[in-house]
Design a protein around this ligand. Structure first.
Ligand code: AKG
Ligand code: FE2
Length: 272
């Protein structure tokens, strides 16, 4: 695993809100990720979240991508991959924070002939607000403009508020919320399988349609800076969990949001 981020990559990320890391996984690691993701997703069936009855329905959104969240919680191989402290260090180095917790992982598998992923921000959906939240997106297939590569609005994380839209069929709705971005040129990111991107949770992004008869598989993980607090939104938390939180409470439950890296603590390398 190419788990080192350079000073140039940190600077690029801070300026643009996203960065590409080529050859993140080697061929053997890529095969392991593909196998674990494939198995974990198959075990889930239509259940989107570990241990909860949130079932995927057949609608427009299901054909943007199949979304299976927190595979680390119910698949041992995924747990080893996702709790790897090296990923947390990369995220913490790019975001320039002290420590990172997993908010949620998710497999995002765009089906053959799948719908585009409408423009959106990530962090406003989550149960904490942070300008330093960050997501990893690992390509498990070569991604091109033909099969639904990501697009980013460079620099948008600097002016984003927490206004957002849902990922619907009008892919440009975000520009109604942020008309000041409507003249920005988006950057498409074509990468090979095994390469990855990181993006800021307030950087505008979307993905194209899948115009091919093949799946476009990606494995992603959203990270929450250590020290983040509850903002009142449920997102992936259970009814029982939110019943115990007040707005402003620290989100530091290691069983739900494991701290995978902190500058002041030694970290374990779980993945072989
Ligand atoms: O994979 C996609 O189509 C969208 C990914 C995305 O929105 C994300 O990783 O935050
Ligand atoms: Fe997103």
């Amino acid at each position: 695993m190419n788990a080192r981020v350079t000073d140039e990559q940190i600077q690029f990320y801070q300026d643009n809100g996203f960065v590409v890391i080529e050859d993140f996984l080697n061929a053997e690691e890529l095969e392991t990720w593909r196998q674990h993701v494939g198995e974990a997703v198959a075990n889930r069936g239509k259940r989107k979240l570990a241990g909860a009855d949130w079932i995927e329905e057949d609608n427009y959104y299901a054909r943007v991508f199949a979304q299976r969240i927190n595979l680390w919680q119910d698949h041992e191989g995924m747990r080893r991959l996702m709790l790897d402290g090296r990923l947390g260090k990369m995220a913490a180095d790019l975001a320039q924070v002290e420590g990172m917790r997993i908010w949620h992982d998710q497999a995002l598998i765009k089906p053959p002939w799948g719908n585009p992923t409408g423009w959106h921000l990530d962090n406003p959906y989550w149960s904490f607000y942070s300008r330093d939240a960050i997501s990893l997106w690992v390509a498990l297939d070569d991604v091109t403009r033909d099969n639904g590569c990501l697009y980013f609005l460079p620099g948008s994380q600097k002016t984003a508020a927490y206004d957002n839209v849902s990922i619907g069929s009008n892919i440009g709705d975000l520009f109604t919320a942020y008309p000041e971005w409507s003249k920005t040129e988006a950057v498409s990111v074509e990468i090979e399988a095994g390469s990855c991107t990181f993006h800021n949770g307030l950087c505008g992004h979307g993905a194209g349609a899948n115009m091919t008869p093949y799946h476009r598989r990606a494995m992603t993980c959203a990270y929450m800076p250590d020290g983040s607090t509850f903002n009142g939104q449920q997102n992936i938390l259970s009814d029982e969990q939110i019943a115990t939180y007040q707005i402003g409470d620290l989100l530091d439950d290691d069983a739900q949001s494991p701290l995978i890296y902190h500058r002041s603590k030694p970290y374990v390398k779980l993945e072989d």
